[in-house]
Design a protein around this ligand. Structure first.
Ligand code: SAH
Ligand code: ZN
Ligand code: ZN
Ligand code: ZN
Ligand code: ZN
Length: 513
């Protein structure tokens, strides 16, 4: 896991994708740590480069690390752009204005007051997503307010708050109970006493609930999440407002030290990091962040432990396997299918048919991880790991080859196992879906050309869209054509309709292919 020594491109934009007028965007990871990126309200921005297929347009620009939609954060700056003092001051003021209204300390003080209130005075505003103290009631009297908030409810904030589902920023998809319980049991079986929850609020709360119900297991948990609403429910030592795409602690050094102390407690023994990032996010900045957390943990290790790795569970769709393993070669992918409550595609079907593509990537040896037989997993003695029931051992490949939980078939021409719906195509010289068009990577991802995922789940899509918009907007500023605006909006509406339709088709295809 050597740190990159020079700037490298995060996304390999494949020039051969062959769709007209489109372009991809790459993240450029900093080669020189002394050059600091400009700040947006979400901390240091990331450097991107637009790779246009027609022109040699490779001008680099900074944009928000956390929000993949300009509606959520419209920061844009060319790398070589010089800003006037006035603009810098305006930006600084804007960044300040965007910070949460209450400090972390103030949130804790409010919480302490709140739990002192009698049950009948404990109210929660559903519109503002806020616990109310008696002084606040007037302000929210027109809002839908929940009353009699019990201690049990306070301990399950992920059920009180509505999930922030906007795909391009929070993408908050909460674990279904059985997956969350599975994780908690697994962590305790593996003997972990501390869990660093990075973007896993529901896991965090279940660990804490379990610890308080069962005096024997005293597992501690620290949640790092960008969703500030959670700061109402936790003390400073169990929640930090955090951006995982740039390792930014919104509450500065004090919060960073909370995280450091947590990782280094007991000389770093007994701690694991569990993360479930938004799937639209870029792998590279995440990997950089996780390396920083690993380094923080390592500082607390004694010399003779230098071979040890920080145990990690990284929860992500299976089609990112090669990308994740590229950054973390010691990781393997477990066959366990992670289920979500509020995600139509990533949920077990009513029929019990498994269809979640989300898996756990980990550096813990897979023979140590028992997957529950009651959820349909079995142990493969040849592979020495637990696999889905339908994932059959292939003698040719000498492993249980299925990635999606269905039985895959071995193709002797491709010399590998392929999805059950695929057939070998003698024109393309490899296996593919039967009705593909034999013209290259069209049937794969529209953005990057990979065959194992669709455009809708491409790790590069959101950024490229955002960046295109960013660049377009910048150009627009220069030419002020009101008329064009109207026609454009009309055509945008049109595309958004077709896009919606396409999306539905893709979802259908996804579930049925
Ligand atoms: N399955 C998890 C939730 C995963 S959803 C559970 O049930 O606990 C993704 C989570 O990451 C959300 O909680 C979201 O608020 C958080 N998140 C999104 N972008 C983030 C960012 N840039 N930095 C930190 N957390 C982020
Ligand atoms: Zn931002
Ligand atoms: Zn309100
Ligand atoms: Zn095979
Ligand atoms: Zn084949």
């Amino acid at each position: 896991m050597a740190a990159p020594t020079e700037s490298f491109r995060a996304v390999e934009a494949k020039g051969s994708v062959g769709h007209r007028g489109s372009s991809a965007v790459e993240v450029v990871l900093p080669s020189d740590p002394t050059v600091s990126a400009p700040l947006c309200p979400h901390g240091p921005t990331l450097l991107f480069v637009k790779v246009s297929q027609e022109k040699e347009e490779r001008r680099r620009f900074y944009a928000c690390s956390a929000c993949r939609d300009r509606k959520d954060c419209n920061f844009f700056q060319w790398e070589d752009e010089k800003l006037s003092g006035a603009r810098l001051a305006a930006r600084e003021a804007h960044n300040q204005r965007c910070q949460p209204p209450l400090s972390r300390r103030q949130c804790v003080e409010r919480y302490l007051k709140f739990i002192e209130l009698p049950l009948t005075q404990r109210k929660f505003c559903q519109r503002c997503q806020q616990l109310l103290l008696p002084d606040d009631w007037g302000e929210h009297c027109e809002h839908p307010v929940m009353c009699d908030i019990s201690i049990t409810q306070l301990r399950r904030p992920s059920q009180l708050l509505y999930p922030l589902e906007n795909k391009k920023t929070n993408a908050q998809y909460l674990f279904a109970d059985r997956s969350c319980q599975f994780l908690v049991d697994l962590l305790s079986t593996l003997g972990f006493r501390r869990v660093l929850c990075v973007g896993t609020p529901r896991l965090h709360e279940l660990i804490r609930l379990t610890a308080s119900d069962d005096k024997k297991s005293n597992t501690k948990s620290l949640l790092l999440d960008i969703d500030f609403r959670y700061s109402q429910f936790y003390m400073e030592d169990s929640f930090c407002h955090y951006n995982m795409f740039n390792h930014h602690f919104f509450d500065g050094k004090a919060a960073l030290e909370v995280c450091r102390a947590f990782l280094q407690e007991d000389k770093g023994e007994g701690v694991i990091m569990v993360t479930d990032p938004p799937f639209g996010g870029l792998i590279e900045p995440l990997a950089v962040t996780f390396r920083k957390l690993i380094a923080m943990w390592k500082e607390g290790q004694s010399q003779d432990d230098s071979q040890k790795e920080l145990p990690i569970f990284w929860i992500f769709p299976y089609f990112f396997e090669s990308r994740i393993c590229q950054f973390f070669p010691s990781f393997c992918m477990l066959d366990y299918q992670v289920d979500y409550d509020n995600h139509a595609l990533y949920k077990h079907g009513k029929t019990g048919r498994k269809q979640s593509p989300v898996r756990i990537f980990t550096n813990i040896p897979s023979n140590k991880i028992i997957l529950p037989p009651e959820e349909g997993y079995r142990f493969c003695p040849l592979c020495q790991r637990y696999v889905s029931l339908e994932n059959q051992h292939c003698d040719q490949c000498n492993s249980c080859t299925s990635k999606d939980g269905r039985k895959w078939n071995h193709c002797f021409l491709c010399k590998k196992c392929v999805k059950p719906s695929w057939i070998h195509c003698h024109i393309c010289n490899h296996c593919a879906v039967p009705d593909h068009s034999c013209k290259g990577p069209k049937d794969g991802c529209f953005i990057c050309g990979e065959l194992d995922h669709k455009r809708s789940t491409c790790p590069n899509i959101s950024t490229s869209k955002r960046a295109n918009k960013a660049v377009r907007k910048q150009k627009q500023r220069k030419s002020n054509k009101m008329k064009m605006e109207t026609t454009k909006r009309q055509s945008m509406n049109h595309t958004s309709v077709t896009r919606k339709k396409k999306k539905r088709e893709r979802a259908h295809q996804y579930l049925c292919s």
